[in-house]
Design a binder for this molecule. Structure first.
Ligand code: NAP
Length: 488
């Protein structure tokens, strides 16, 4: 059983150290386990089964069996199951949030927000299940009636990251289940317990066996099996662009329907018609949410020369006011990073920038708490050639670059293979319209920072992804359009 000191849940049955296959909690066949630790203190939380191809095949078999009945339910019956799952999540919000902070490290307030966000996708797609309309087509053939409908694609595999351990699962799984597809989730190694708690609640909500399974263990053998098996018809991935490319290659072997939510590297453009304090405080929010470990994090902050110095002053002051600590401590804004690799990447980006002429206005190294805590850092005079301008940092390091003209800002923003979100701060309506049109991003946030939610089509251009999650579009990632031509 997990570390009793750190586990203080009202409902301890939400903490599961087994995989969930065919509606059953099961260990790995070989009995082997993997340890999971709290990133805030390195203390073990518990273990998960080190499953592999055999357990994955069983999950596929039970999903295939479940599919036959699940697709025959009426849309409102599937919706009712989803709504029950949604209610279970909200009824256990505090426990789910605590479990998330324990394994992911994010401040408890952020975890609570994520549980609401994650649950909102379940409710949203319960609604979309009822609205999966086809259409009749004006006929081009005499005596024929033509129509199209959405069929479920079949078994869906979901591979998810650690930065949003709950929402990245429900955003996929609720859409797929609403579309009548059974789902197999392989959660990130660092944050499996949020996924397993979702399985416990799916069970209590009465989701039939095999409709939602969770397989834990090393990613490669599990995903290898999911890709090899032709019964798995779709693969929905959220994670880095690098791993996304590898998975796209594997998906080609059995021509799976692939959805990809990949890296961000977002630009934040602040023009000098803005109040520098207002723009700087918004940029701090856009940069440091989820401790900078966020695909929507503002990784490149471009500020027009007229407000550059004032912006730097306000941005640095707001950054220095951020409190770093264990996510369970009151008033903490930033938690630990997820692993040593994340710390090393932040430091490498800072060192490269400094070696090439950037100024450190605050931070620049490991936080005094040590471990996986990094100082919120501000770099000024960053240039496009520096590594931090070219790669997603995924940590609390803000890179700020001055620019002179609108054309230059647009060029800087688009000069990347990423295209998830761009932030634009300006009061000039003409500029807002021009840039909204020409920014090569799946999402553009104008004079605001918090833009996500279940009703919107979330996704990226270029190498930030393929397809959309949420919104009306999200459910169609898991359907095939069938054309039916009837002669009478
Ligand atoms: P990651 O390293 O790409 O891992 C994502 C998932 O893929 C994890 O479950 C991981 O398993 C698994 N994985 C890793 N290598 C694999 C392989 N060779 N075959 C099969 N699966 C493999 O990404 P991350 O570090 O967890 O997450 C950060 C990235 O996700 C960032 O780039 C961020 O921008 C992106 N992200 C994008 C969105 C979006 O909506 N666009 C949302 C959130 C995050 P392990 O855990 O075992 O490594």
């Amino acid at each position: 059983m997990g570390n009793a000191k750190t586990l203080e849940l009202d409902d301890m049955r939400l903490f599961r150290e087994h995989g969930y296959i065919d509606g059953q909690w099961c260990p790995a066949d070989a009995g082997e386990t993997i340890a999971v630790t709290n990133p805030a203190d390195g203390v073990s939380i518990g273990t998960i089964p080190a499953m592999g191809p055999a357990e994955t095949t069983r999950a596929i078999e039970t999903a295939q069996t479940a599919f036959a009945d699940w697709r025959r339910l009426l849309a409102h019956e599937r919706a009712d199951h989803l709504l029950a799952w949604h209610s279970e999540m909200l009824a256990h919000k505090e426990d789910l949030a605590r479990l998330m902070t324990l394994e992911q490290g994010k401040p408890l307030a952020e975890s609570r927000g994520e549980i609401d966000y994650a649950a909102s996708f379940i409710r949203w797609f319960a609604g979309e299940a009822r609205r999966l309309y086809g259409c009749t087509i004006p006929t081009h053939l005499h005596g024929r009636t033509l129509m199209s409908q959405h069929d479920p694609v079949g078994i869906v595999a979901c591979i998810t990251p650690w930065n949003f351990p709950s929402a990245m699962i429900t955003r996929k799984a609720a859409a797929a289940i609403a579309a009548a597809c059974p789902v197999i989730v392989r959660p990130a190694s660092e944050t499996p317990y949020s996924a397993l708690a979702l399985a416990e609640l799916a069970d209590r909500a009465g989701l039939p066996r095999g409709v939602f399974s969770v397989v834990t263990g090393d990613a490669r053998p599990i995903c290898g099996e999911l890709f090899r098996d032709t019964r798995v018809r779709a693969m929905s991935f959220t994670g880095s662009t690098e791993v996304g490319r590898l998975l796209l290659e594997q998906g080609a072997q059995t021509v799976k329907k692939m959805s990809m939510e990949l890296g961000g590297h977002a630009p934040f453009l602040a023009f000098d018609d803005m109040d520098p304090k207002e723009a700087a405080e918004a940029a701090v929010a856009a940069k440091f949410q989820t401790t900078g470990q966020d695909c929507l994090a503002a990784n490149r902050i471009y500020v027009q020369r007229g407000i550059y110095d004032d912006f730097l002053r306000h941005f640095t002051a707001a950054t220095e006011a951020l409190r770093v600590g264990d996510g369970f401590e009151e008033g903490v804004d930033l938690g630990p990073l997820m692993n040593q690799g994340a710390i090393d990447k932040c430091q490498a980006h800072v060192d490269d920038a400094v070696a090439n002429g950037a100024r450190v206005l605050t931070g620049g190294g490991l936080h005094e708490r040590g471990g996986l805590f990094y100082q919120p850092t501000v770099l000024a005079d960053v240039t496009p050639a520096m590594t931090i301008s070219c790669e997603e940092t995924f940590g609390p390091v803000a890179a700020i670059t001055p620019f002179d003209s609108e054309d230059e800002a647009l060029e800087l923003a688009n000069e990347t293979e990423y295209g998830l979100v761009a932030y634009l701060y300006s009061h000039d309506n003409g500029r807002i319209l021009r840039l909204s049109e020409y920014l090569e991003y799946g999402m553009v946030a104008v004079n605001c920072v918090k833009i996500t939610g279940a009703p919107i089509p979330f996704g990226g251009f270029k190498q930030s992804g393929l397809g959309r999650e949420g919104g009306h579009e999200g459910i169609t990632e898991f359907t095939e359009v069938k054309y039916v031509c009837m002669a009478f």
